[in-house]
Design a protein. Structure first.
Length: 222
C-alpha cells in the first residue's frame, strides 16, 4: 500500500516550517515611535536653521549686538551745563575780538569761530561759562593762536555777553575768572568762566574751566 506523503506545514510567513513565528525582540521601537522621533528631529533642525538665518552674516546666533551709548557733551562730563546763548558762527575772528587779538587775527585770518555761552550749577555755586572754538588754516597757526591767547594781557575773542549778543542780568565777567585752552589740529578751544554773585572757589572754577573744553563738541554739533 502506498504511503501518503505528508505536506510540510506552512509557517506564518508562508514559508515551510511549522514552528511558530519568532517573537519580536522586546524593547525595540515600534514603527510609530520611529516616525515620531524622525518628525521631532525635523522640527529641531528647522528651528536651528531659522535661528541661523535670523543671525545673518554668519554672526553668532543668540548674541545681540551691544547698543551704542548715547553721547551728550552737555551732560557726559564732570559737570552738567545749560545753554544760555549760541552756538554763533562767523568767519570774522578779528571783528569779534578785543585787545591785541584784533591785529593778530587781521594778520592770521581764521577759517571760522563758533561761540557759546553756558551756565553750570555745583551745590551752591553757579558759574557762567564762555566756550569759543576757533578753526585756523593749519595746525601750526592754531598752536600760535593758543600761545598768544595764553599770554596775559593780549586780549581774546569776545564772549557773547561782552559783545552784547546775550543779555544776562548780573552776569559775571568771565574774563576775570578762570581761563583754559586746548589745541587739537587746526582747532583751538578757549574757555573762560566765573561765578555769579560773591562765591569764591578757585579750585572748583579751574575744574569747571577744564571740563567745559569738551563743549566744543556741542558747538560743532549745533
Amino acid at each position: 500500500m502506498t504511503d501518503t506523503a505528508q505536506l510540510p506545514a506552512l509557517g506564518a510567513d508562508g514559508e515551510p516550517g511549522g514552528g511558530p513565528a519568532p517573537a519580536r525582540r522586546p524593547g525595540g521601537p515600534t514603527p510609530l515611535v520611529l516616525v515620531a522621533v524622525l518628525a521631532g528631529v525635523a522640527v529641531v533642525a528647522g528651528l536651528v536653521w531659522g535661528l541661523v538665518r535670523a543671525g545673518g552674516g554668519g554672526g553668532v546666533v543668540g548674541t545681540p549686538e551691544a547698543a551704542v551709548p548715547s553721547s551728550n557733551p552737555l551732560t557726559d562730563g564732570t559737570f552738567s551745563y545749560e545753554v544760555v546763548s549760541g552756538p554763533l558762527e562767523t568767519t570774522d575772528c578779528s571783528g569779534n575780538s578785543y585787545g591785541d587779538m584784533i591785529e593778530w587775527f587781521s594778520q592770521h585770518p581764521c577759517e571760522k569761530v563758533i561761540r557759546g555761552l553756558y551756565t553750570v550749577q555745583q551745590d551752591e555755586a553757579r558759574a557762567l561759562v564762555s566756550v569759543v572754538l576757533v578753526v585756523m588754516p593749519d595746525a601750526a597757526q592754531a598752536q600760535q593762536l593758543k600761545a598768544v591767547t595764553d599770554t596775559t594781557g593780549t586780549g581774546n575773542v569776545n564772549d557773547l555777553v561782552r559783545d552784547g549778543t546775550a543779555t544776562l542780568p548780573r552776569a559775571p565777567v568771565v574774563a576775570n575768572g578762570k581761563y583754559h585752552s586746548e589745541a587739537d589740529g587746526q582747532q583751538v578751544t578757549i574757555v573762560e568762566t566765573n561765578f555769579f554773585g560773591e562765591h569764591s572757589d578757585d579750585e572748583l572754577l579751574a575744574e569747571i574751566a577744564g571740563d567745559a573744553a569738551r563743549l566744543s563738541e556741542h558747538l560743532t554739533a549745533g
